[in-house]
Design a protein around this ligand. Structure first.
Ligand code: PHE
Length: 339
């Protein structure tokens, strides 16, 4: 029996020498390590070994088995590792390759730019951190105007300037454009604005506005009305009606607010227009002669109009999102709905 064990060890050794890959290792296992294989057969035959020889033979056989099994395990691990690349299962469902999308606020700004570009308007931008003169002074705000109050404006601390603030509206860019350009001016100015307001479902301390400015010789209220109506009909609803209400802004005279018949219910009244039939679309007015003068444009020669509106409010109307904070949380469950 000891001879048979020794012979088996030799045979196994030479077989092991020819194991080069997973397939030959498997052949080795089927020859030596299964129930009817070399090793188990020897174990089975241990039964017929005389009692007094059993301990020696058993010990010999056990150590052979142990060493073969160890080497088998080592080789198996080695081959497994090199063939680590998993086999492709073409029947598995594909993984979601979501590509991201334009945020509804950006989409709204892009679309507005597109519409005004088609009407011949340029785009201008200005700084978020402004000075008092561009945000208020040159826009004809009296020195004691309440908008300058701490309630509305974020002031910026600076070591040697006390007139810096975060712009409260994009009208500051109007001033910069008028200072830098000679009429005719036809421009829209999208951007982020800041107001010291309590955050709620309806208002945030920072949001976006789009400002418009049109200055040339002989520009009239009729030009203002028709330009804004043409924009709104292109942007929202081709058959919209309009309503012009008098209003007040320090930098325009006369000042108006413009309402458009609700694009959802066409004026009949619904949840979106709060059952009034009308949606407020923008503030506007003829640029005040004082403003033109302060910005270096002669009001005797030129006239013009300006308008401005809040982007988030329009996005909320168009999408039905009723809490402005949802536009800033960047929750993919919300954003995914606007591919
Ligand atoms: N700047 C005004 C606001 O923030 C909007 C406006 C712009 C009104 C241009 C008239 C002309 O409310």
């Amino acid at each position: 029996m000891l001879d048979r064990i020794a012979a088996a060890a030799v045979a196994i050794e030479s077989d092991l020498a020819s194991v080069t890959d997973a397939a030959s290792l498997e052949r080795f296992r089927l020859t030596h390590l299964v129930k009817k294989g070399t090793l188990q057969t020897l174990v089975d035959d241990l039964r017929s070994v005389p009692k007094e020889e059993k301990p020696t033979v058993g010990k010999e056989l056990n150590s052979l088995r142990k060493s073969v099994e160890d080497r088998y395990t080592t080789l198996a691990e080695q081959f497994n590792r090199t063939s680590d690349v998993p086999e492709l299962d073409w029947s598995l469902p594909a993984r979601d390759m979501s590509r991201g999308a334009t945020h509804p606020i950006s989409a709204m700004i892009d679309r507005t730019i597109e519409v005004f570009s088609s009407m011949g308007f340029d785009i201008a931008e200005g700084p978020d951190v402004e000075d008092d003169s561009h945000n208020f002074g040159k826009l004809n705000f009296a020195p004691d105007h309440p908008a300058r109050d701490m309630q509305d404006t974020f002031f910026v601390h600076h070591h040697d300037r006390s007139d810096l603030l975060l712009r409260t509206h994009t009208s500051s860019v109007q001033v910069r454009v008028m200072e830098a350009m000679k009429p005719p001016i036809r421009c829209i100015m999208p951007g982020r604005v800041y107001r010291n307001e309590a955050v709620s479902a309806r208002s945030l301390a920072e949001f976006h506005q789009i400002e418009g400015l049109y200055i040339d010789k002989g520009v009239s209220v009729a030009d203002m009305k028709s330009t804004i109506m043409a924009f709104a009909r292109k942007m929202y609803d081709a058959s919209a009606d309009f309503r012009f209400r008098t209003s007040f802004f320090p930098f325009t005279e006369p000042s108006i607010e413009i309402d458009m018949s609700c694009f959802l219910c066409s004026g009949k009244g619904c949840r979106i227009c709060k059952y009034s039939g009308w949606l407020e679309i923008c503030g506007a007015g003829m640029v005040h002669p004082n403003v033109l003068t302060m910005c270096g444009i002669d009001p005797e020669e030129y006239s013009g109009f300006a308008f401005g509106f809040g982007v988030e409010r329009v996005v909320m109307l168009m999408t039905g999102i009723d809490d402005i904070r949802l536009l800033y949380d960047n929750d993919v469950r919300v954003l995914r709905q606007f591919p």
